[in-house]
Design a protein. Structure first.
Length: 79
């Protein structure tokens, strides 16, 4: 089953960096996952996120307000 990974943010440089790191982590792990950017403020607020960028994995907010490295994201996805 594919994992669902969302990057919540308005499209700033930090949001783009988190998106790219998430894509890299998925590639390096060789897992099936869909990485999506969510820029709609209503959808971001629905997750209870107050700081962007935020990383959501399978519906759960795992990070907000910082850019995780690909290595950090791989650890999250491996748990």
């Amino acid at each position: 089953m594919a994992r669902e990974i969302k990057i919540l943010g308005g499209g700033c440089a930090r949001c783009e960096a988190l998106y790219n790191n998430a894509k890299k982590a998925v590639e390096e792990l060789g897992i099936e996952a869909e990485v999506k950017e969510v820029k709609d403020l209503t959808q971001i607020a629905a997750h209870g996120v107050m700081q962007t960028p935020a990383l959501v994995v399978d519906g759960k907010v795992v990070s907000q307000g910082k850019v995780l490295t690909a290595e950090e994201i791989k650890k999250v996805l491996s748990n």
